[in-house]
Every structure is written in C-alpha cells, then in structure tokens.
Design a protein around this ligand. Structure first.
Ligand code: DAH
Length: 336
C-alpha cells in the first residue's frame, strides 16, 4: 500500500494541466467519491492495525498535496476566465456593420411630406384600429353597399383594422376646425392573399384640402405639381374618371411611363400609363357626416400607396422585399 501511495503521489505531482477544465477532471480522477485517493482511504480501513499509523500519515500527505494542486489549478482557471471576460468587454473587434440606411419606404414618405409641406399642407395621423364609422360609414359607404367589398377587411370584435388612411380625413374633419389642408400617412391593412403584387398590410398617404371655393382645378394643379417634383420635371399626367363612395366626381391619376422598354410595357400592361393614385372632390354626404356645411365648403381628397410608388421609383418588383429588411437591399439606400 505504501508503494501504491508513493506512486499516486508521483502521478499527482507530475500532472500537466493543459486545457481548461483540468481542475475538474483532476478532482474527479483523484478526489471525488469514486476517485483514486478516496478509494485508498477505503482500503486503509482494511489494513492491519500496526501499519495504520505509517500508512495513514502517507495517505494524508497524498490527500493534502492533491487538494493543494487542485486548488491551485482551479484558481488559475478562474483567473483566466475572468481575464477572458475582461478582454471580451474591451478589446474584441467590433462588428463591422458600416453605416445604417433609411428604409426606402421612409425615404419616399419623407420626400412626399416634404413636397406637400412646401404647398402648405400639415401632417395628421390617426389610429390603425378603427371603428366602422370612421373607416366606412362616414365615408359614405352605405351599410349594404357593395363598395364595402372593394376592400377586404380584417375585423377585431367590433372594430376593424383600417383599410385605408381615408379614415383619418373623417377624424380631422370632425374636429370642426376649418380650413383644413392635411397629408396623412400611415399603415393600412387588407385581408388579401400575400403575393409579389399585394400584401396584407401596406402604406398609404392621404391628402385633404377643405375650404370655401376649392375646385377640381385646385386638385389637378396640386397633383400636377406633386408629380413634377416627385417623378421629374415634364412627367405627363392624365386623369381617368373613376368611382369612390367618398368623392364625387372621382378620378384616378396616371403618369406616362412610356412603352420603350420591355419593363415599361410589362408594368403598364401595354398602355404606357401607370396608375398612381385615386382622388376626387369630397362628397357632400361626407362633409355632412362631419358637420361641415356643404353649401359653404368644398374640398378635394386624394390617396396613394406609398409602397406602390416606392416600387415604381426604385424598380422593386416584389412588395414583400419591402418588409423582410434584407440588408442586401437596404444597404443600397445608404447615403440616399
Ligand atoms: N381610399 C382609397 C383606397 O384605399 C384611395 C382614395 C381614393 C383616397 C380617392 C382618396 C380619394 O382620398 O379621394 O383605395
């Protein structure tokens, strides 16, 4: 037994610690419940009494030495963990992300606001969770009118997710302050299948101008100015008559994209014209619903999809690309 103890003592003294966590494997091998030294102590109980004093002393030396080594190694490892942590805090290389960029939708919305602000329009915003009154009823969508089917609606109990920013017109007109000259951007929702062309949420910007003597000529002039500013000087515009419950007369405005390229023919379905927005003179029923005297005041309104014109402006073909935040797309807009 004495020899065996001496052998283990030598082993213990000769242990070379290399990798981390050696303290723990050392402890398991020698000092744990089933470790070599613990087993020697068990064996110690069975040796003749006259040997006990000597062997016991040796055993204690071995155990002490092993504990000492274990303790030293543990401290060493703890220190190196601490040192690593400190190093990670202060001197690891930083992420090389480069500067961030504005999202194309933000760039376009900011530009739209800038153009309309320069014409004297102010900003207004409204809630995304709406009631039937503001999203439909006050906008002259009759209870059973098929026009409600124009916009597939998400319902939340008694409420709806607004299907258009036209609801904000109602909220602003209800406030009773006139004249009004507002642009109202925001997110809208439609219960539609998601595809390259349509998403279940997107963004619109609404315009509203109410005053005495506002005419269709004012509407055309305002939109004409906007198109020149946004799409470029000399861009051709046309108005097609259309239908919306909340405007009368109603129109859709197209810009001339041309038929020169394959892309233009595809985007314009062979017509050369691109639809940009809906507009019209505010329907007297809408003014009445908001307690505005329709014999005294008139107004125009327009609404357009921010996503749509962002796609047109930057040649983005899939609306979903606007919502995945892929850095390969976004980084193309840094510095824009
Ligand atoms: N709210 C309409 C839509 O979402 C767009 C629109 C058309 C808004 C005509 C208007 C307008 O203000 O006058 O399809």
């Amino acid at each position: 037994m004495i020899d065996r103890i001496a052998e283990i003592l030598k082993q213990v003294n000769d242990v070379v610690f290399e990798k981390e966590n050696n303290a723990e494997s050392f402890r398991l091998l020698y000092l744990s419940k089933k470790g070599i030294i613990t087993q020697l102590f068990d064996k110690f109980k069975t040796i003749p009494n006259d040997q006990k004093k000597l062997v016991g002393a040796q055993l204690n030396v071995l155990k002490q030495r092993a504990e000492e080594i274990h303790q030293q190694q543990k401290e060493l490892e703890d220190n190196s963990i601490q040192a690593n942590l400190k190093r990670e805090d202060s001197s690891l290389p930083v992420y090389q992300e480069g500067p961030g960029s504005y999202h194309p939708l933000r760039i376009v919305e900011d530009r739209l606001l800038e153009i309309f602000f320069s014409l004297g329009f102010d900003l207004a915003e409204g809630p995304e969770i709406e009631d039937d009154k503001h999203n439909f009823a006050s906008l002259n969508f009759a209870e059973d009118h098929p026009a409600r089917d124009m916009q597939d609606t998400f319902f939340i109990a008694e409420h709806v997710l607004r299907t258009h920013t036209s609801s904000v017109q109602i909220r602003e007109m209800e406030k009773g302050k006139l004249p009004l000259r507002l642009v109202m951007p925001g997110r809208v929702y439609r219960n539609e299948a998601v595809s390259a062309r349509s998403n279940c949420f997107f963004h619109q910007i609404e315009g509203l101008y109410i005053d005495k003597g506002v005419s269709f000529a004012d509407l055309k002039q305002t939109l004409y100015y906007f198109v020149q500013q946004f799409f470029g000087e000399g861009t051709k515009v046309r108005f097609r008559s259309s239908y919306f419950p909340f405007t009368e007369p109603s129109a859709e405005m197209d810009i001339w994209a041309g038929l020169e390229t394959e892309e233009n023919r595809r985007l314009t379905k062979g017509t050369g014209w691109l639809e940009v927005l809906g507009c019209g003179m505010v329907h007297p029923n809408v003014l009445d619903a908001c307690h505005i005297d329709s014999s005294e005041y008139t107004g125009f309104a327009f609404g357009m999809g921010i996503d749509r014109i962002t796609m047109l402006k930057y040649g983005i073909n899939d609306i979903r690309d606007l919502f995945v935040n892929d850095k390969r797309l976004l980084s193309q807009f840094s510095g824009v």
